[in-house]
Design a protein around this ligand. Structure first.
Ligand SMILES: Nc1ncnc2c1ncn2[C@@H]1O[C@H](COP(=O)(O)OP(=O)(O)OP(=O)(O)O)[C@@H](O)[C@H]1O
Ligand SMILES: [Mg+2]
Length: 509
C-alpha cells in the first residue's frame, strides 16, 4: 500500500510542492529513501524510526520505501522527517490516510518523538494556502505560519502522539495565533549626536530615498554611531514588504519565536564575513546578509577590511535587487533590495586629511587602504561624505540635537510622495534609489539652469552613465524632501556635491 503526503522543497523563497510516497511491501526488512535526498534527508531514516518507536509504534518487519517526487528536484534540510513519519503512520493504519490529503506537512523529528522547529514555515504556509490546503508544522513554527492567512487550517503539534491523537479525535489541536514582535522603542536616537550637520543631512537624504551612503572619517568621529541611528528614522515596512522580509527570515530560520515585525532589517555583518555569509550559499543554501537586509539596511563598518572578493560580490545584488546563487545542479535566487551604508577611515592610521597630521607612511597609507574598494563598487554609492572629527566646541555645547522622531517625520513624508509617484507610473518600486533607469528622466524633469549645471558637472567630473542617473535620483529625493514638484538647480547642486566628495577622495588616493 502506498500513502502520500504533501511537503515542500525550497527554491529561493518559494515553496515547491514535493510528494512523499511511502510504500510498505513484503521484502527485505529495512527502510530506504530515494529521490535526490541530501545528507540531512538521508539521516531522516534513523530519526523517523527512533521517533516512531518512542511513540509506541514499531516499524513493520517489511520493506519500507520512501520516494520524494519529483525525483530530479534537490531536497535539502531536515523538514522531511515529519511527512515521512506521518506517511508511514498512515501506511500502518495508525492515522487515517485520507486525513493527510488536505495538508502540507513539514517538521523535524527528535528521537523521543517530539517535533523540532524548522526553517521556512511561513513560505510553506503561503504555498499551502494558495493550493487550498492546510499546514502541519512544528509547534514552535505555528505563530509564523499563522501569518499566511486567517482562514488557513494550521496544526502545530508538539509531538507525533499529539498529531495522532488529533486525527483520532481524542485531543484536538487549536490553531496557533499570529504573533507580532513588540517593537523595542529604545532605538539609539539621533539626538545623541553633537554637531556633524552634514552627516546628519546625508543620513536623512539616504533614509528618504533609500540611497547608498558612504562615510569617511578619522577614528571616533561618530560614523558607526550615525549609522546605528538610521533605523530610528526609517519608515516601517508596508504589509507587502513585511511578508517578503519575513519569508527570507523564515527560510534563514531567523524569525525569533515565529514573531514578525514591521521594523526594517538592519544587518551589520562583521568584516570577517565570508562570501557565503554575505551573499548566501554554503553547504546548505540559505540567504546571506544581503538578502536578510532585503527592504532594509546593510551596514558595512570598516569597509576596506572586508575581503575584496566579498565586496565585489555585492555588485550584482545592489544593481539588480536580487542575489542569484549557482549550485552544482541548480540555481536559487533570493530577493536583496538593500540600502548599503558603509563607513571607513581614510587610511590605515585613520588620520589622512586631518589638519596638521601626516601619515607616517606618506601617501601610500591612504592609497593602499582605499584601493581595497573597487571602482565599480564605489560607483554604486550615491552619497559619499566626509565625517570630520567633532570639534571640542560642538561636544561641549549643552543640549541635545534634533531627535530622530522629527527627522523620521520628514523622511516618511518624502517616502509617501515617492510611493504615490511610482504607483502612478505602475512600477513595483517604492523609492527613488530603485527607480528603473528608463524612468529617471521622467521622474526628475530639470529646468534649464539645472541642465546647464549637470552638463558642466558631468564633463568636468567625468561621470559614468550610472553616476549620471544616480545623481538625478538623489536630486529627486532632495526635491521630495523639499516637497517640490520640480528638480531645481539647488537640488542638483547638492546631489552633485555628495558625489564630488567621493571623487575628491578617490583623486587624493
Ligand atoms: N558627534 C558626536 N557626538 C557625541 N558623541 C560622539 C560623536 N562622535 C563620536 N562620539 C563618541 O565617540 C564614540 C566613538 O564613535 P564611533 O564609534 O561612532 O566612531 P567611528 O567614527 O565609528 O570610529 P572608528 O573609525 O574608529 O570606527 C561614540 O561612542 C561617542 O561616545
Ligand atoms: Mg566605527
Amino acid at each position: 500500500m502506498v500513502s502520500r503526503v504533501r511537503t515542500v522543497a525550497f527554491q529561493g523563497i518559494e515553496a515547491v510542492p514535493v510528494d512523499v510516497q511511502v510504500m510498505v511491501a513484503p521484502g527485505k526488512v529495512g527502510m530506504q529513501i530515494v529521490g535526490l535526498p541530501d545528507k540531512a534527508v538521508a539521516e531522516s531514516r534513523e530519526r523517523v524510526q527512533a521517533a516512531l518507536h518512542a511513540s509506541g509504534l514499531s516499524m513493520p518487519s517489511k520493506k519500507v520505501t520512501v520516494n520524494l517526487a519529483p525525483a530530479d528536484l534537490p531536497k535539502e534540510g531536515s523538514h522531511y522527517d515529519l511527512p515521512i513519519a506521518l506517511g508511514l503512520m498512515a501506511a500502518l493504519g495508525a492515522i487515517p490516510g485520507d486525513a493527510l490529503s488536505a495538508y502540507v506537512v513539514l517538521g523535524e523529528l527528535s528521537l523521543d518523538g517530539t517535533i523540532a522547529a524548522v526553517a521556512g514555515a511561513l513560505p510553506a504556509a503561503i504555498g499551502a494556502n494558495a493550493d487550498g490546503k492546510g499546514l502541519i508544522c512544528p509547534q514552535a513554527c505555528g505563530p509564523e505560519a499563522a501569518w499566511a492567512g486567517a482562514d488557513i487550517d494550521i496544526l502545530a503539534p508538539r509531538s507525533l502522539i499529539a498529531i495522532a491523537n488529533h486525527f483520532r479525535g481524542t485531543q484536538v489541536l487549536s490553531r496557533p495565533e499570529a504573533k507580532v514582535h513588540a517593537p523595542a522603542d529604545n532605538l539609539p536616537d539621533l539626538a545623541d549626536i553633537k554637531g556633524q550637520e552634514t552627516a546628519r543631512r546625508a543620513l536623512e537624504v539616504a533614509a528618504a530615498g533609500g540611497h547608498n551612503l558612504m562615510m569617511v572619517g578619522p577614528p571616533g568621529s561618530g560614523k558607526s554611531m550615525l549609522a546605528q541611528r538610521l533605523p530610528s528614522v526609517l519608515p516601517p515596512l508596508s504589509p507587502k514588504e513585511l511578508l517578503e522580509v519575513s519569508m527570507v527570515a523564515s527560510i534563514a530560520g531567523e524569525l525569533a519565536g515565529g514573531r514578525l515585525t514591521d521594523r526594517r532589517p538592519f544587518r551589520a555583518p562583521h568584516h570577517s564575513a565570508s562570501m557565503a555569509a554575505m551573499v548566501g550559499g554554503g553547504l546548505r543554501v540559505r540567504p546571506g546578509e544581503v538578502s536578510l537586509a532585503h527592504h532594509g539596511v546593510l551596514f558595512l563598518d570598516e569597509l576596506p577590511e572586508f575581503s575584496p572578493a566579498v565586496l565585489d560580490s555585492l555588485r550584482q545584488p545592489i544593481e539588480t535587487g536580487e542575489c542569484v546563487i549557482a549550485r552544482a545542479n541548480h540555481r536559487v535566487s533570493y530577493p536583496a533590495r538593500l540600502q548599503l551604508i558603509a563607513a571607513m577611515n581614510p587610511c590605515r592610521c585613520g588620520m589622512a586629511g586631518e589638519p596638521g597630521f601626516r601619515c607616517a607612511r606618506g601617501d601610500r597609507c591612504r592609497t593602499e587602504y582605499q584601493a581595497r574598494i573597487s571602482g565599480p563598487l564605489m560607483d554604486r554609492i550615491d552619497l559619499r561624505i566626509e565625517v570630520p572629527a567633532v570639534s571640542a566646541s560642538d561636544l561641549i555645547r549643552p543640549g541635545r540635537s534634533e531627535p530622530s522622531a522629527d527627522v523620521a517625520r520628514r523622511v516618511a513624508a518624502a517616502r509617501a510622495i515617492q510611493r504615490r509617484r511610482f504607483e502612478e507610473l505602475g512600477t513595483g518600486v517604492t523609492t527613488n534609489a530603485h527607480c528603473p533607469t528608463a524612468l529617471v528622466e521622467t521622474i526628475a524633469p530639470l529646468d534649464a539652469a539645472a541642465i546647464a549645471l549637470l552638463r558642466d558637472a558631468s564633463e568636468k567630473l567625468g561621470f559614468s552613465a550610472r553616476a549620471y542617473h544616480r545623481v538625478l535620483k538623489v536630486a529627486r529625493t532632495l526635491a521630495d524632501l523639499d516637497e517640490s514638484e520640480e528638480v531645481r538647480r539647488i537640488h542638483l547642486a547638492e546631489a552633485i556635491s555628495y558625489r564630488v566628495a567621493g571623487e575628491r577622495l578617490a583623486k587624493a588616493a
